[in-house]
Design a protein around this ligand. Structure first.
Ligand SMILES: [Zn+2]
Length: 655
């Protein structure tokens, strides 16, 4: 048992040694491991330390790159701005480099044909490409039919070519446009007339022929030179004219209805210089060709449409004459009451209210020659007597603009034609003009407005972004001069004008003024009473009524939409305007006209009870023996020329 007691002691010692060795090994391993971890962390830290400056460097490099890109962008923007807005900077005298342009003869005398495409072709072809949809059906082109083919394609059914002389095998019609009676009327769906009219001395006859030979609804696409060389070698014998937008418009408006004509000028000083030197399109940049400077009318393009219902002038007069010669019977009498507003020339006229003084004189002349002018009260008396004279015409004016006295009245006197002028009494002698004119001044005249508007009108919110249309220059104002409120709005300003017009119209005068004041504040302007838009002063109203020729009638106090007002408000609008006028003029006022033609059964009853003898609406109809005198229809007259006015009068009376 003793042996057995010794054995364990030796065994234990060995075990302890083993344990010690193991612990030592373990401690060593641990130490090595810790050292390795320390080393790894140290290396990582070292790497980070090395990396950080590299990251910082990269950051700096990227920032530098962004700065470069930004400055490139700014440079590009500047370039674009410069292209859009040619430098106003003055070049000092004596330091202009003429280079190749210092010469007395042009670089080419062939309009650029010898160098590429002539500059004027650039605008002509863009114009034709834009309106290529019009080139269809039977198409007439002057000289040859290259544009008909290129832009009309398969839309063209018959292609005609007109030349003044025989010789060109393409020619299908030999004619001088000023004496082309052998070309039948109403023949062409489209006429392409590029750079031709300047070679024709008798422009008016040529335009009349073009109008006559177009089908109703047919389109004329024409281009004319503005600033140009005349090139005597080729055309010297014929070259008569150079045009401006204005002369082209006036010329064509003598024959085509003004609102059927679209006209534009193109080019700038560089395009003009290049063209007169005979350079080619290829020698200029697109941005340079496209830049439009309204002071340099290089090429003028015109699109005019013959009205669908066009009736030839000769036929119109013939019809009128026949109608006059026809024996009149009591039952047959027909009269026409014409509705004018203003005799003036305006830069914008969204409601077609103005007729120029020349045109107004022409209208009066036609009335004198072909109709029977009557005063409104005379007409009412004849109606009451059951003796309505046929072909009688009554002239009336609404609203009470000062031009009625200064421009219309002397012309009425010259032609000895009576008229009734309906005055909105609240505006007489008023500092501010009619509300629709203030809106026009705010939105349709050149200037810069804030880009967006947010307005509360009568509990509803009005919001609009003008975007690019915030800025509106002379050129744009000219371009849209003939825009009318019933046509599509060409810019955000025009759509804003229409929406505000619709929002303002039903408001009471006080509310409307408040909104207009807010609009003026928004625009940062004040209301200015433009002289041409002035209502009559008190003294002028008295002068207008003086003499036998002009009758003054009432047109309410504030020009409201009567049918939307309470009966009490309607009554005060109607009765007060009558009382005001009778006080100012010291004579009875017996004619009334409903603003905007708006009326209800109550309105008519109030007018009748107020001892008016008659009231005029805006319904476009003839007056017949059975027409009620408190609902007299009237025909709105626009700025029509003599021919158009004659045609319309003839059409009315032949109804
Ligand atoms: Zn009116």
């Amino acid at each position: 048992m003793a042996d057995s007691s010794e054995k364990p002691a030796t065994h234990m010692r060995i075990s302890i040694n083993k344990v010690r060795t193991n612990i030592w090994k373990h401690v060593r391993r641990q130490a090595v491991h810790s050292l390795l971890v320390l080393l790894r962390n140290y290396l990582r830290g070292l790497a980070l330390l090395i990396k950080r400056p590299r990251l910082a460097q990269e950051l700096v490099a990227r920032e530098q790159r962004i700065r470069e890109l930004k400055s490139n962008l700014a440079r590009e923007r500047r370039k674009i701005r410069q292209l859009k807005k040619p430098e106003r900077r003055q070049t000092p005298i004596g330091s202009v480099h003429y280079g190749d342009l210092r010469r007395l003869r042009p670089i080419s005398q062939k309009f650029g044909f010898d160098r590429g495409k002539p500059i004027d072709r650039y605008y002509i072809e863009n114009f034709l490409a834009h309106w290529s949809g019009d080139i269809r059906g039977r198409v007439l082109e002057i000289g040859d039919n290259s544009y008909t083919q290129r832009y009309g394609g398969s839309r063209v059914k018959v292609s005609d070519v007109l030349n003044i002389a025989e010789g060109n095998p393409q020619t299908t019609i030999v004619a001088d446009l000023t004496r082309a009676d052998h070309i039948p009327s109403d023949t062409f769906d489209c006429i392409i007339l590029t750079q031709t009219l300047q070679l024709i001395y008798d422009l008016r006859s040529a335009v009349q022929t073009l109008y006559r030979i177009l089908k109703p609804g047919g389109v004329l696409l024409a281009t004319f030179p503005g600033i140009t060389q005349t090139s005597c070698r080729e055309y010297g014998e014929y070259y008569c004219w150079a045009f401006t937008q204005l002369s082209a418009r006036r010329l064509f408006e003598e024959t085509f209805p003004a609102d059927s004509i679209g006209i534009e000028a193109h080019g700038n000083v560089l395009a003009v210089t290049a063209f007169v030197h005979g350079l080619a399109v290829e020698e200029l940049r697109k941005e340079e060709l496209d830049y439009h400077d309204p002071d340099y009318e290089f090429l003028i393009t015109l699109r005019a449409v013959k009205p669908e219902t066009a009736l030839s002038q000769g036929r119109a007069i013939e019809r009128l004459r026949r109608a006059i010669l026809r024996p009149r019977s009591r039952s047959e009498g027909k009269a026409l009451i014409l509705l004018y507003h203003r005799v003036a020339e305006l830069r914008s006229d969204p409601w077609s209210l103005a007729v120029s003084s020349d045109r107004f004189a022409e209208h009066l002349d036609v009335i004198r020659q072909y109709a029977l002018p009557l005063g409104l009260q005379q007409l009412v008396q004849r109606l009451l007597d059951g003796e309505l004279p046929d072909q009688s015409v009554v002239v009336t004016f609404d609203d009470g603009y000062a031009d009625n006295l200064h421009i219309a009245k002397p012309l009425l006197e010259r032609y000895d034609i009576p008229a009734t002028v309906f005055l909105t009494t609240g505006y007489i002698g008023h500092e501010r003009g009619f509300w629709w004119d203030e809106l026009d001044q705010l939105l349709l005249q050149p200037g810069t407005l804030p880009e967006s508007i947010y307005l509360k009108i009568n509990e509803s919110i009005y919001q609009q972004d003008l975007g690019e249309a915030a800025h509106y220059d002379e050129d744009a104002a000219r371009r849209y001069r003939n825009w009318r409120g019933w046509q599509d709005a060409p810019t955000a300003r025009h759509s804003m004008y229409i929406s505000l017009w619709e929002l303002l119209r039903p408001l009471a005068e006080g509310e409307r003024r408040q909104v207009l004041d807010e609009l003026l504040t928004w625009a940062g302007t004040e209301s200015e009473n433009r002289p041409t838009y002035r209502p009559l002063s008190l003294e002028e109203a008295v002068n207008l009524a003086q003499g036998e020729l002009v009758e003054v009638g009432a047109h309410t106090v504030t020009h409201p939409f009567l049918s939307t007002l309470s009966v009490a408000s309607q009554r005060s609008e109607i009765l007060d305007s009558k009382a005001n006028l009778e006080e100012i003029l010291d004579r009875p006022v017996t004619s009334f006209s409903y603003p905007y033609g708006s009326r209800s059964a109550e309105t008519v009853a109030i007018v009748r009870k107020a001892r008016f003898a008659c009231a005029c609406s805006t319904r476009a109809e003839l007056v017949r023996p059975s027409t009620p005198r408190f609902r007299l229809p009237r025909v709105h007259v626009a700025d029509w020329d003599r021919e158009e006015f004659t045609r319309r009068l003839s059409r009315w009376f032949s109804d």
